[in-house]
Design a protein around this ligand. Structure first.
Ligand SMILES: [Zn+2]
Length: 307
């Protein structure tokens, strides 16, 4: 069970993002001309990997062709002083991208979790999220002119001088909540989502809407989806979820009453589970949430708290 609260998958702050230096185009250009600098090629949200399913890393000077072919090059950060950039080959066909990168396959980074070290998974997810944003922000939402990347790829600005609007990478926060029952015995609320396989239970989650605090979103979502009024909200941790732009914010809360009434839209069923039931399910080979998810972390922490 993954219960390390310091590092959930895709997090950890492994790179020094060098926020004060990446705004200097001269510094970025010097990094790209440095023999030590590393390029991570990506293709349409996919990680480009070798035959051994290791993400491809190429030297920026040695792989100048890769830089020339990229739709976008973004500075991710410094890894022990070595600059790391992501290059987007999405404008190419899959075959061209594989050849340019010297890769064997294009895969979803989530399919690599477990085999990749946490730092590598985090950096690949970060690169994927940032490049995804660039592809969706090519035009200005105010005037329709093209936008251009700047600040090492952490900002885009409208190319129309009269407009010059700035765009920042967009993050879409969502709350995810482990709801406990009021009174004994200890139980938590899990739900089956529409479309999820039979017997697949998870904690409740939903997007934060405009004009809401995280706590507002927790109260609204639990009431809308499960008919549950929650009290005693407590922050549990957060997880970068750049698939494509999420930030998962985990809470624990207590239901004011035991009655549950699912909305029938997002949730088809919800009920209370004791720790014994969850342990029995886990022992029977039915895992609690995906290995890389904060869902599993919330459940794991709750189970451990009962020991
Ligand atoms: Zn504009």
């Amino acid at each position: 069970m993954h219960t390390d609260e310091r590092i959930l998958a895709y997090g950890g702050g492994w790179l020094d993002r060098a926020g004060a230096r990446r705004t200097d185009p001269g510094w970025i250009a010097a990094r790209l001309a440095d023999r030590e600098t590393v390029l991570l090629p990506l293709w349409r949200d996919h990680c480009l990997v070798s035959a051994e399913r290791t993400p491809v890393r190429r030297g920026a000077v040695e792989a100048a062709g890769l830089l020339a072919a990229a739709d976008e090059t973004v500075f991710l950060g410094l890894d022990g002083g070595v600059a790391v950039f992501a290059v987007d080959l999405s404008g190419r066909s899959e075959q061209e991208a594989l050849e340019l990168a010297g890769a064997a396959e294009a895969v979803n980074v989530r399919s690599l979790v477990g085999g990749l070290g946490p730092a590598e998974a985090a950096v690949q997810a970060y690169a994927r999220g940032l490049l995804h944003w660039h592809r969706g922000q090519r035009y200005c939402g105010s005037c329709g002119a093209v936008t251009v990347g700047r600040d090492g790829g952490h900002t885009r600005s409208c190319a129309d001088a009269g407009c010059a609007r700035l765009f920042f990478p967009r993050i879409e926060p969502a709350i995810i909540v482990l709801v406990e029952a009021p009174g004994a015995p200890d139980r938590c609320l899990l739900a089956r989502h529409r479309g999820a396989p039979e017997g697949s239970w998870s904690t409740l989650a939903g997007f934060v809407e405009v004009g809401e605090s995280l706590e507002d979103a927790v109260r609204r979502e639990m009431a809308e989806e499960a008919g549950v009024t929650v009290v005693d909200l407590a922050y549990q941790g957060s997880q970068a979820w750049p698939f494509p732009a999420g930030l998962m914010v985990g809470f624990r809360a207590t239901a004011a009453a035991e009655e549950v009434r699912v909305d029938g839209e997002e949730l088809v069923e919800a009920r209370w589970f004791t720790r014994e039931e969850l342990r029995a399910r886990s022992a029977a080979g039915r895992p609690l949430g995906r290995i890389d998810s904060i869902d599993r972390h919330l459940l794991g922490t709750w189970l451990t708290a009962g020991d």
